[in-house]
Design a protein around this ligand. Structure first.
Ligand code: DP6
Length: 314
């Protein structure tokens, strides 16, 4: 193996992936559209090893979570050895900032490139999907689509398509860990009576989101992204037992966004499987939004992100 490191950024879903069409192959039941978050990075280095071992920060990761992924990588490379991977995030891990998306995207590329193989990006996207379906998107930069049931994501537009777009990640709870997405998705599918309606509605709103990104129309995108996020959380809440990732602080940030919109400032919230809130806005409104958040919720940290690059070698 040549020593290879990769850098990737998380993939923030504007239209959410929630639910699996085929759990064994980890293909999504809903289409998702995402933006890769420049400004937040995961760095991963791999070396050859007897056994697969992954550490994120200082934490050794449970090997079961990586089994299917490494099996897929070995089958693709036609090798039998293991991989040792050391990964670091410069943003909170497993707190609903989609660290598994950048994590598996960087890991897939690092394993393959270290083996001196240069497949097309779509093949790397497929391998990343075996780890996390959102990672299939994070391989690409800019604006990315993972169609429902797909094995690989496709890039719709590069980051330069919409350089004024900003994503403010409001950290409402540091180090938060809720139900892992895998278990939560399986539970929603099995125990929420609204699951089918959720899947159907995701397909229906997809064209609207694609058009909004194509037209760089923040209001339209914000509105449809908020709808997707709210419907995803609604289907989870309706599950038995319920799944709830929102905290009082998450709701407080949502209230600040609503207030800002009332004043004509475009601030649109979206939440994933954690309490953090990502606010979509334009650079021209960023200052007003940060000021409002700072006044109303001074304890919360805000990370800035923008449409960023896909996986890169370091
Ligand atoms: C809420 O990609 O982490 O962030 O494929 O089971 O690893 P697995 O799930 P994962 O789920 C991401 C869910 C989400 C929405 C999204 O990113 O589309």
């Amino acid at each position: 193996l040549s020593p290879t490191g990769c850098r990737a950024s998380p993939s923030l879903a504007l239209i959410k992936y929630w639910g699996k069409r085929d759990a064994r192959n980890n293909t999504p039941a809903t289409p998702s559209v995402a933006v890769t978050l420049g400004g937040l990075t995961t760095q991963t280095h791999v070396t050859l090893a007897e056994q697969d071992r992954v550490t994120v920060g200082d934490d050794p990761q449970p090997s079961a979570r990586y089994e299917a992924f490494f099996r897929g990588v070995r089958a693709f490379l036609g090798c039998r050895h293991g991989f040792q991977a050391v990964s670091r995030n410069d943003f909170p891990t497993s707190a609903g900032l989609a660290s598994s998306s950048s994590g598996f995207a960087a890991l897939a590329c690092a394993c393959v490139w270290a083996s001196d193989v240069e497949p097309p990006m779509s093949r790397l996207s497929e391998l990343a999907r075996l780890g996390s379906a959102s990672a299939a998107r994070a391989v690409w930069g800019g604006f990315v689509l993972l169609p429902r049931g797909a094995r690989a994501a496709v890039q719709l537009w590069p980051p330069e398509h919409w350089p004024e777009l900003r994503i403010l990640a409001v950290i409402t709870r540091e180090g938060a860990k809720g139900t892992p997405t895998r278990d939560a998705m399986a539970s929603t599918r099995a125990h929420s009576p609204y699951y089918r309606a959720w899947v159907r509605s995701s397909r229906r709103i997809l064209p609207e989101a694609l058009r909004a990104v194509a037209d760089r129309d923040l209001e339209r995108l914000g509105e449809v992204a908020r709808t997707s996020s709210n419907r995803m959380h609604a289907v989870m809440l309706a599950s038995r037992p319920p799944l709830r990732y929102w905290t009082p602080e998450s709701v407080a940030v949502m209230d600040v966004c609503a207030e800002l919109r009332g004043r004509g400032v475009g601030a649109w919230e979206t939440l994933d499987a954690g309490p953090q809130v990502k606010v979509l806005c334009l650079e021209t409104d960023r200052g007003a939004i940060e000021t409002a958040l700072g006044e109303r919720l001074p304890a919360l940290r805000v990370l800035r992100a923008w449409p960023g690059a896909g996986v890169q070698r370091v």
